[in-house]
Design a protein around this ligand. Structure first.
Ligand SMILES: *Cc1c(COP(=O)(O)O)cnc(C)c1O
Length: 330
C-alpha cells in the first residue's frame, strides 16, 4: 500500500480542497452534520477500528444532498431564477428536488417512466417538476438539452461537476475533523463524485491516509480505469447496488481519482446483502445496497486492516422496505 501522493499524474487544478472548505461553509445549517457511528462487533469482525459516517441519515437519504445543494448555491442569480434540470432515477434526483426547494429554485427532474413509484413520489413530494420519459425509445440527454435550451435551465449532473465533487467532499471532511487522522478511508464508488471529493478532503486533513474506492464486482469499470490509466466504459452492470450502475468514471472525477486514490476494490452482491443485514441486526440502521459497498470491503477483510483506524462512508439509506425485507430474509 502506498502512503504518499502519486506523482505520475499531475494534480488537476479544480476542484481543490479549498473548494471543499467553501462548500462546507455553503451547506452549513442546510445539510445535516451526520453522526459517526462505531460498533465493537464491527471492529471485532474487521480487526480494526471502524468509524462509519452515516450519510444514510443525510437529508433526502444520501450524501448527494451535499453536492446538489452546493451546486445550486453557486449559480448566479439569473440562472437561479430560471431553474435547474437533472436526470436521474435515484438519489441525485431527490437531492436536487429538495435542495432546490430549500433555495427556492425551480427544478425539473427527468426520470424514466418505469422508475420505482416510491422514487417518483418522493421527488414530487419535494416539489420537483417530474418529466417522465421512455428509456427504451427516448434519449434523456436529448430531453435535458431541449429543456435547457427552451427554458434556460442549468443542467446539474450527478457526479461530473466541480461544485458537485466539492460538495460531496464535505462528508469526509466532517468525519476526519471529528475522529482525527485515519489510516484508511473507504468510499462507495459509482461515477466518482464522492470518491474524488473524499480524496481531496482526506489527503488535505490526514495526508498519510490511504483512500480506496469500492465498487460492485459486476461493474468494475472504475478498477479497470484506475489500473489501466484511462477511462474504461462497460455495459450497464447487473447488481443490486443501483446507485453504482454507472458505466464510466467522469472526465472531472477520473483525474482526481488517479492522482489521489490508492486503489479500487470490488465486492459481490452477496457481501452487500450480508452488510445490510449486519447494519439492521447489529447497528439498527438501514443502509441501501450501494451504501454498503465501502463497509462490505472492511467487514470481509478485503484489505490489510489489522489494528488500523478506518473511516467508512455509508453513502445512503434509500431502499424500498419491501426490497429490504427480501434482502434480509433471503
Ligand atoms: C450516487 C451514489 C453513490 C455513488 O456516488 P458517485 O459520486 O457517483 O461515485 C454511492 N452511494 C449512493 C447511496 C449513491 O446515491
Amino acid at each position: 500500500m502506498s502512503t504518499s501522493l502519486r506523482t505520475d499524474y499531475p494534480l488537476p487544478t479544480a476542484p481543490t480542497y479549498e473548494d471543499v472548505v467553501a462548500a462546507a461553509q455553503r451547506i452549513e445549517g442546510f445539510a445535516h452534520r451526520t453522526p459517526v457511528l462505531t460498533s465493537r462487533t464491527a471492529d471485532a469482525r474487521a480487526g480494526a477500528t471502524l468509524f462509519f459516517k452515516a450519510e444514510n441519515l443525510q437529508r433526502a437519504g444520501a450524501f448527494k444532498f451535499r453536492g446538489a445543494y452546493n451546486a445550486i448555491a453557486r449559480l448566479p442569480e439569473d440562472a437561479r431564477k430560471r431553474g435547474v434540470v437533472a436526470f436521474s432515477s435515484g438519489n441525485h434526483a431527490q437531492a436536487i428536488a429538495y435542495a432546490g426547494q430549500l433555495q427556492n429554485v425551480p427544478r425539473v427532474i427527468i426520470m424514466p417512466h418505469d422508475a420505482p413509484a416510491m422514487k417518483i413520489a418522493a421527488t414530487k413530494a419535494y416539489g420537483g417538476e417530474v418529466v417522465l420519459f421512455d428509456r427504451y425509445k427516448e434519449d434523456r440527454e436529448e430531453i435535458g438539452r431541449r429543456l435547457s435550451a427552451d427554458r434556460g435551465l442549468t443542467l446539474i449532473p450527478p457526479y461530473d461537476h466541480e461544485d458537485v465533487i466539492a460538495g460531496q467532499g464535505t462528508a469526509a471532511k466532517e468525519l476526519i475533523e471529528e475522529v482525527g487522522p485515519l489510516d484508511i478511508l473507504l468510499v462507495c464508488l459509482g461515477g466518482g463524485g464522492l470518491l474524488a471529493g473524499s480524496a481531496l478532503a482526506a489527503k488535505a486533513l490526514s495526508p498519510q491516509c490511504c483512500v480506496f474506492g469500492v465498487e460492485p464486482e459486476a461493474g468494475n469499470d472504475g478498477q479497470q480505469s484506475f489500473r489501466s490509466g484511462s477511462v474504461v466504459r462497460i455495459p450497464v452492470p447487473t447488481t443490486i447496488a443501483d446507485g453504482a450502475q454507472t458505466t464510466y468514471l467522469g472526465s472531472r472525477t477520473f483525474p482526481i481519482i488517479q492522482a489521489l486514490v490508492d486503489d479500487i476494490l470490488t465486492v459481490s452482491d452477496a457481501m452487500l446483502i450480508d452488510a445490510m443485514r449486519f447494519f439492521v441486526e447489529r447497528m439498527k440502521i438501514v443502509v441501501e445496497p450501494t451504501g454498503c459497498l465501502a463497509a462490505a470491503a472492511a467487514l470481509n477483510g478485503l484489505l490489510p486492516a489489522q489494528g488500523k483506524r478506518i473511516g467508512v462512508i455509508l453513502s445512503g439509506g434509500n431502499v424500498d422496505p419491501r426490497a429490504l425485507a427480501g434482502f434480509l430474509t433471503a
